[in-house]
Design a protein around this ligand. Structure first.
Ligand code: FE
Length: 175
C-alpha cells in the first residue's frame, strides 16, 4: 500500500534511473537573491531575476521587480501568463482589480494590458511564468517591441558579463 504509514518502504528512494534524456532539475536557494547583481535591468526601475529559461518550449519563469511607480509597459500576450505577487501591488488599466501581495493572476492568451504600479508602492516583486512572447504595443495595438526567452537570455548574458558574474552565470537557468 503506497500510503500506509507503517509501510517501511515509504522512505526508500525510487530505485530506477531517471530517463536518460530527462533534463537536470533547477534548485535556486535564494530565489529573491541576496546579491543584487543577479537582478537584470530591463527598463528604468524594472528588473528581472531569471529562474528557468526554457528554450525548447519557449517560456521563462522569473521574478519581476519594480522600484518605481506609474505605467511600466503595455503588451499583448499570444500565450498564457501566470503570476504570483510576492511583494507590493499592481494593476492593469484595462481591469478594475488590483493584484496584491499573495495574489495569483492568470493572464489569458489574447489579453492586452497596461501595467501600473501605484505611487505609494516602493517596491513590487511578482513571480511570472511567461509563455512565448511579450508583444509590446501602443494604445492602438501598434507593435513597439517584443521579448522572448532568447532576448531574456541575451539580456542576462550582457548584464552578467558587465557586472563580474560572467556571461555563463545564466547557463544554470537554461533548459
Ligand atoms: Fe501581462
Amino acid at each position: 500500500m503506497p500510503d500506509d504509514p507503517s509501510n517501511s518502504d515509504q522512505r526508500v528512494p525510487y530505485q530506477l534511473p531517471m530517463p536518460p534524456d530527462a533534463q537536470a532539475e533547477i534548485v535556486v536557494p535564494s530565489a529573491i537573491p541576496e546579491d543584487d547583481r543577479v537582478w537584470v535591468p530591463q527598463a528604468e526601475g524594472v528588473l528581472f531575476r531569471p529562474l528557468c529559461l526554457n528554450v525548447s518550449q519557449g517560456y521563462w519563469m522569473n521574478l519581476l521587480k519594480v522600484t518605481r511607480s506609474g505605467v511600466l509597459s503595455r503588451h499583448r500576450h499570444p500565450n498564457p501568463v501566470h503570476g504570483f505577487v510576492l511583494k507590493g501591488r499592481w494593476s492593469y488599466l484595462e481591469h478594475d482589480w488590483e493584484a496584491t501581495e499573495g495574489s495569483y493572476v492568470y493572464e489569458p492568451p489574447g489579453e492586452t494590458h497596461t501595467l501600473v504600479v501605484p505611487d505609494d508602492v516602493d517596491e513590487m516583486i511578482t513571480y511570472f511564468q511567461v509563455n512565448g512572447v511579450m508583444y509590446y504595443v501602443d494604445p492602438y495595438g501598434n507593435h513597439t517591441g517584443y521579448e522572448d526567452v532568447f532576448t531574456k537570455i541575451e539580456n542576462c548574458r550582457a548584464h552578467y558579463e558587465k557586472n563580474g558574474l560572467g556571461s555563463s552565470y545564466v547557463d544554470q537557468f537554461i533548459r
